[in-house]
Design a protein around this ligand. Sequence first.
Ligand code: C3B
Length: 810
Amino acid sequence: MELDKTLFIESFKKRLSQKYAIDVSDATNSELYDTLCSLVKSSYSVSWRQTWKDYLKENEKQVYYFSIEFLPGKLLKSNLLNMGWYQLVIDSFKEIGIDFEQVAAVEPDMALGNGGLGRLAADFMDSLASEGYPVNGNGIRYRYGLFKQRFVNGYQVELPDEWLKTAAGNAWEIRRASKAVTVTMGGHVELVQKNGYLEPIYKDATLIKAVPYDVGIVGYHNQHVNTLRLWSAEIPEAVESCYPTIEARRQIEDITTVLYPDDSNEAGRRLRLKQEYFFVSAGVQSIIRHYKKYHETIDQISQRVAIHINDTHPAMCVAEFMRILLDEEHLSWEKAWEQTVKTMSYTNHTIMAEALETWDIPLLNEIQPRILQIVAEIDHRFVAHLAGKMDGQLIERTRIISGGKVHMAHLAVIGSHSTNGVAQLHTDLLKSDVLRDFYTLYPERFNNKTNGIALRRWLQLANPELAAIIDQKLGRNWRQNACQLQQLQQYNTDEQFLKKLAVVKLHNKQRLAKLIEERTGVTVDPTAIFDVQIKRLHAYKRQLLNLLRIIKLYLDLKENPDLAIVPRVFIFGAKAAPSYHYAKSIIKCINETAALINHDSTIQGKIKVIFLENYDVSLAEQIIPAADISEQISTASKEASGTSNMKLMLNGALTVATLDGANVEIKEQVGADNIFMFGLTKQEVYRYYQDHSYHSLDYYHHNLVIHRVLDALIDGTIPNIAAEGHEIFDSLTYLNDDYFVLRDFEDYLRIQDQVDETYRDQKKWQQMSLINIAKACHFSSDITVKKYASEIWQVRSVAQKGGVNIGYPL
Ligand code: C3B
């Protein structure tokens, strides 16, 4: 039934009264939020069930996207938008005196991820449902999401994210106790002959009950709802007596208690490995159980099931799948292996050596001895197969077990039919460097899938004013089909439209200025350039390069307060891993520099530095539409792709970038004239690695500007950074500046001067901005997931985009 305002208001009031026995005027925002979610959920549940039934009826091949992180943020608005209810709810609430924004603000961010990796998984889930693909997410329901960041005396302090304990809790999940499975860990395993098969006998193992919580992922206007299944670890009732002590129980529940807050630096900890095996085993078991319900034999499972390994964390899928096919389904090794490789595919998200997971053999043996046996057998057969055919050293470099370690990326590549990087430059690096030997062995397995972003969240929801003026020019079809945004280019000389763009940007900046004032007490001028760097704090992402330029500008302004620069507000958002000392020192230095600059009246407010606390998805949605400049300044070769670069260009920010990750493709799209490129290329960086000719200390000694700026870190110019200033100074000089900050500094200054100059020509700026918006559609995750579906998973779309809203069940 088509929903209208009267019907909605009536049902809303009724549901509120049923749930809480109150009227609208007496309800708190939490109660209103809960009631709205309950209505929304009961409406999409009809489509959810239907989607599932259709899959079964058609015997659709199913994809399972395994990811240890999903970072959806808030879901209320995106569900409303995708259902076609968004405006109606806002209007209805207005009519009965409810402030929709305040109600929506009650929802806690679902922060089950650290950064780019988890956010990409969330954007993919949105696009997969919107494109009607039969794809299920599989992850962990962490009781505590990514920590909340506070600044105390300029230092990062981490507080727990108790998202499930908030008044709103997680309104979107459905606990499915009936679908629980048992995960076996620890103990010992013996193989005994039984009925002609080798049967594993487990001794002293720990049994864990894995309970799935399902979250509906609503497609855009297509009545298609997919499932994100998140697993929670519990004590199994049947053997409760086996875990009598609090400690034994705690160890089980700990498995899904907390998200590891390191986004790339694996600490190799026992609990992390337990998390990985837990969600892999629970997911794979439930996939096979489901498959068997509808199929008599399992030896062609790869025709109906695809499993995607998102980064190496779920790489044990390969071994777990083998374990079940061998131990439970009694397939021969050859048959099981053939099906496993056909079923699995893998995405690599980083070339940073410290993030390529390896585990000590004894540790894997302790967590799951049968999995180690299977991995060892895969390794053994891999070596035997290549022996005599390939160079012995290549075999040694590519085998899964070597040097006392299990190499998870090797397991993922060897055990799957597809390995992809996340931007062209990154994929090229995988082929030529990081996974070069594997590329020699299996060239046909390698492919590129450049990342993408969900335009629904990052434009329609985050920037409704921009979306509205686009509607005025293009109509509303671009909301279904991102490619149409390209047509905006034809308005490049339409002065009125360019002015409208400027007005929208100003409004967004005014809104962000208000938020900045509320949260930091600092007043910023919305007509200044808003220069934004938002991403995890990492040495390779080079927030430090940005900071050094800010210090340089400040020193220049102190020397010459009349310096004619366009006023700028430097905006940072970044969390550092709690154990990442250097990154935390950079945070402290930025905060102290900000305090110094923001309170120095002699520079007449020409520059301000704002480091917003607790950067998360919701804050990103407020910063991105207000950005003029997008800082994408990683050392060339280090950022696999980046995705904030795409979100910012989509919202009309101009990019200052190195030739790294997807920046290269952004440049190809917008043309060199519509982006500010600088810095070393990947080739130049690699040349320095080879010939060791980079001596950063020389830059300090011979470049007066660099000398002066670096001294400011250690001579008291910036107060309260005695230790951190020295630490950073040393890293850039005596420790030879791993990420070429000093090498790229001058070029960075040059390009920033060009930014200043360009900004003075507002018409030109708006034209450049327009091209960026128009070309951002190439980075729609709708397009990216279509390529995954057809080129990697071989699944078809089952729901056409058709502008069908989710109706209201009577
Ligand atoms: C990130 C990379 O650092 C980004 O360049 C990339 O855009 C995203 O993944 C998505 O592909 N990444 C991450 O957030 N965490 C990791 N462990 C590895 C990569």
